[in-house]
Design a protein around this ligand. Structure first.
Ligand code: ADP
Length: 395
């Protein structure tokens, strides 16, 4: 289709059963210098339908009154057959109320016959052609976007499959290696000297670290494919927090970091998947240990959320290196690592906080952070309290 502002000839199909109106339209089109118009007149509905299916025209001007049928019938029949030139409906006296129906039936514009002049015809035809060109361009861009989107989705699926496969391939030999180290440490094949035992403990630590990374990879694929099932029930936070702190106590002692816990005696039960919340707490306290210098302090507190009734808020507060303000938003994103790990022997994958955020979302909970560089960070999670009925149902 030619662009309306060029000098090419625009081929117009006029479907008009009134010869006088057809002659007038032809005369008006001949007065227009740019673009040039070539008129093909079809004097009846059927002749017009045959011609429009030939796809020789750039635009159709269709009279609304076509004997026993109407321009709307024409539009509908043309639409049901195949794609065709854009159509402008010519409405006569008294047909104005049908304009909306014509547009809904696919007409790109309408022209009341009483207002037709060379200028209005030229403007309507050029606008119509341009509108169709833009629609085609939009549709083509949309197709490109859809293809790009499909391609991206395919890549994402491939990456997820790769994560899963990698995790699986690493997990099996790692489990075996870890078990053999345990057998050696238990002294089953023979007694170890102190040096050998120390080395094996180091290997055991490395296996544990690798195992956590592999589990993170598993969790990422499960989260992103919506396949991380939670077993939410009413449960107590007290034993969970104590257990996490006991588990990490040896690391705190090794770094000479004081671990403090402050829990009120009567904390309401919360709705949680205890294993997954243990994972969240291990990550938050583990990070606090990782990013706090020797001699620092970490405090874990829990209380009914003063800002939101019906929720419990747990805070992990450290006196570590802190996080610069501009980076605070990013740290919950996948693969984000804002700081070089001070204990370079123990780098993370930047997945931990992302997983925490997603797990908290699945709990209808939240996770947030405030931090001051050089002073420390406070990570807070909130969880919904269990309602009385939920607690009774369990007892
Ligand atoms: P990683 O497993 O690499 O530690 P995380 O998702 O757990 O990944 O953390 C992302 C980043 O957030 C870390 O690399 C670190 O820069 C920053 N970060 C997390 N917790 C703390 C903290 N308590 N103090 C300072 N920085 C932290």
């Amino acid at each position: 289709m030619p662009s309306p502002d060029t000098n090419t000839t625009v081929k117009v199909l006029l479907v008009e059963d009134d010869e006088d109106d057809a002659i007038i339209t032809q005369a008006l089109l001949e007065q227009i210098a740019i673009p040039r118009f070539e008129l093909d007149w079809a004097p009846s509905y059927d002749a017009g339908m045959t011609r429009i299916k030939e796809h020789h025209h750039d635009i159709g001007l269709i009279d609304y009154n076509l004997g026993s049928r109407t321009g709307i019938d024409f539009l509908r029949e043309a639409n049901s057959q195949s794609s065709h030139a854009p159509i402008i409906m010519l409405t006569g006296q008294g047909n104005e109320s049908l304009v909306l129906e014509a547009l809904e039936s696919g007409a790109i514009d309408y022209l009341p016959k009483r207002t037709i002049s060379s200028e209005t015809l030229q403007r309507a035809i050029c606008h119509g052609i341009e509108k169709i060109r833009l629609q085609a361009e939009l549709a083509s861009r949309q197709r490109q976007l859809e293809m790009t989107n499909q391609e991206l989705q395919k890549r994402t699926n491939e990456i997820q499959r790769f994560y899963h496969l990698l995790a699986h391939e690493l997990k099996t030999p790692l489990t075996a290696a870890s078990e053999f180290v345990n057998i050696l440490l238990e002294g089953i094949p023979g007694t170890l000297n102190a040096e050998q035992e120390e080395y094996l403990h180091l290997v055991q630590g490395c296996c544990g670290h690798l195992n956590r990374n592999i589990n993170d990879l598993y969790d990422i694929t499960r989260l992103e494919t919506g396949k991380l099932p939670l077993q939410i029930q009413a449960d107590a936070l007290h034993p969970l927090i104590t257990d996490v702190l006991n588990y990490l106590n040896s690391k705190a002692i090794a770094k000479n970091i004081t671990l403090q816990v402050c829990l009120p005696p009567h904390l309401p039960l919360v709705l949680m998947d205890t294993q997954r919340m243990r994972q969240v707490m291990l990550n938050l306290v583990g990070n606090a240990l990782k990013f706090t210098e020797t001699g620092g302090r970490i405090r874990v507190t829990a209380m009914e959320d003063p800002a939101c009734a019906g929720r419990v808020r747990i805070a992990v507060e450290d006196t570590g290196i802190g996080i610069p303000q501009p980076q605070l938003k990013g740290i919950f994103e996948r693969l984000y690592q804002s700081q070089p790990d001070p204990s370079a022997s123990n780098p993370g994958l930047g997945l931990g906080l992302f997983i925490c955020r997603e797990i908290m979302k699945l709990h209808e909970g939240t996770v947030s952070v405030t931090s001051t560089v050089g002073k420390g960070s406070v990570f807070c999670v909130t969880l919904p309290c269990a309602k009385d009925s939920q607690v009774q149902a369990l007892s």
